[in-house]
Structures are given as C-alpha cells and as structure tokens.
Design a protein around this ligand. Sequence first.
Ligand SMILES: NC(=O)c1ccc[n+]([C@@H]2O[C@H](COP(=O)([O-])OP(=O)(O)OC[C@H]3O[C@@H](n4cnc5c(N)ncnc54)[C@H](O)[C@@H]3O)[C@@H](O)[C@H]2O)c1
Length: 270
Amino acid sequence: MGNNLLKGKKGIIFGALDERSIAWQVAERAKEEGAEFTLTNAPVAMRLGAINELAEKRGSEITPADATSNDDLGALFDKSQEVLGGKLDFVLHSIGMSPNVRKKKHYTGLNHEWYHKTMDVSAMSLHRVLQTAMEKDAINDWGSVLALTYIAAQRVFPDYNDMADAKSLLESIARSFGYHYGKKKKVRINTISQSPTPTTAGTGVKGFDDFINFADSMSPLGNASAAQCADYCITMFSDLTQMVTMQNLYHDGGFSNTGVSQEVVEGFNK
Ligand SMILES: NC(=O)c1ccc[n+]([C@@H]2O[C@H](COP(=O)([O-])OP(=O)(O)OC[C@H]3O[C@@H](n4cnc5c(N)ncnc54)[C@H](O)[C@@H]3O)[C@@H](O)[C@H]2O)c1
C-alpha cells in the first residue's frame, strides 16, 4: 500500500536486471508511491535479464543505455523527458560491474585495462549521468539523485577487490557534484551504503555466502534487504528529505558502527 509519497514525480531508474535487483525493488515501490519513470540498463542486459517483464508490469518505457556512453545517456535523458512529458525529479544509479571480480583476478594482480572498466562502469558513470542531466537541464529544482554503494569504500573487505576503489570514487563524485548541482539547481545527490544483498552483482563477490552471514551477525538489526533498501530510496526521492545532500547514508542495520557483536565473539569459543 502506497502513501503517494512520489505522486506526480518523474524519474529514471538504472540497473533493474531481475527481480532480485535493488533497482527492481525500487521500481516496484516507486510505482506504488505514484511515480512515473523510465527504466534503463546496458544493451546486453536486455537479453540477459527480465527487465521487459518489469516494464510491462509497471507500464514503463525501456531505453537501453550503456552508462559509459555519453551519447547513450544523452539519448536516454531526451527520450525520458519526451515519454514522461517534462523534467525529472529523481534518478536512481544502481550500477556496478568489475571485470576483475568476474574473472577472479586478485587485487594485487589486477588487469589494469579492466580496472579502468570497473571505474568507468561503476563510478564515472555517475559523473556522466549528472553531467548529462545538468547540460540538458533535465532535473527539476529539489530533484534527488541516488547511487548505491558499499562500506568497502571506507574499510577493507579483501574480496571486494577493485570495486572498493570504484565505490570510493562514486561516493566522492556524489559529494563533489552534489556541491555544484546544489548551488545551481538545488538538486540533491547522495549515496546509500547497503548491506550485502543476494543479487547478481552481490553474489559475484568471492565468499559471498559466508560474508552475508557474518554481516548479519555483526548488525544489531540484521542485514537490510533489497526491499527495505527500496523503502529508504523512496524516502530520499520524496519531499520529506529535501535538505539531505552530499551524504553517504548507511542502510545496514547498524553494521557500520559496530566494532564486534556478541554472536561473532562467541563463535571463537566453539
Ligand atoms: N548486492 C549487494 O550486496 C550490494 C551491496 C551494496 C551496494 N550494492 C550496489 O547496488 C547496485 C545494484 O546492484 P544489485 O546488487 O542490485 O545487482 P544487479 O546485478 O541486479 O545490478 C547491477 C546492474 O548494473 C548494470 N550494469 C552493468 N554494467 C552496466 C553498464 N555498462 N551500463 C548500464 N548498466 C550496467 C547491470 O546490468 C545490472 O542491472 C550496485 O551499484 C551495487 O554495487 C550492492
């Protein structure tokens, strides 16, 4: 049941691959709250994922766009404004991919061409999206842009590999662009640092199953689900959070502020 928190708002949602995707859950909740939006993903995801099913169910238009292509992003923003009949109020950047993680390269033996790719897809793409939106003046005053991130940007999680570096850059772009877009158009830009979540991107990280259990027992509230993350995204797109910008917001059941939990310590007594 929705509360019309996004009634009359228009947006673009990047990154819904299948039902497990955080972006998919955000799309479902945004619709319930009265938003209209377009969906987008990399051209290859049109074949691999189930985004067509979501678009049909939610009555949304899909425009494929590689988030590393300024031309694709320009066409996406034009098309979205045309389809939705005006400027946008929110954008969700829910994009991540590392060829080094996929091909199991160790952090100390990275392929540097792939490292560039990780940075471009997973971090610089946020800058490209924001620059395109600003050049086209495509976002209304007080609009809200969110990108999803992970705490490996602040602390070492060895198997997160070069994605940790990409997340650090992503969070920095949110702060830096957030300053300029805030000054110019009152557009707010934040990152949400989500618990480990069983999605295609999440489960690609080595040792994910053990790791998700560890995070769960370290978090006083347990791990946050994709659906709960979607709820948080909705509040950040709504007018209830207008003065929040340039922040990295932890959505992790308290993991980020916990040094150690009783359960984890007890595990060493066995
Ligand atoms: N799953 C987790 O444990 C977790 C935790 C914290 C943050 N995150 C972040 O959440 C975001 C969404 O990931 P998810 O967990 O929902 O997994 P997911 O695999 O469902 O989503 C990742 C998306 O990125 C898209 N993508 C990859 N390359 C692209 C490109 N060149 N252009 C456009 N799109 C491209 C994929 O097609 C996919 O839809 C990512 O930024 C991820 O790093 C995930």
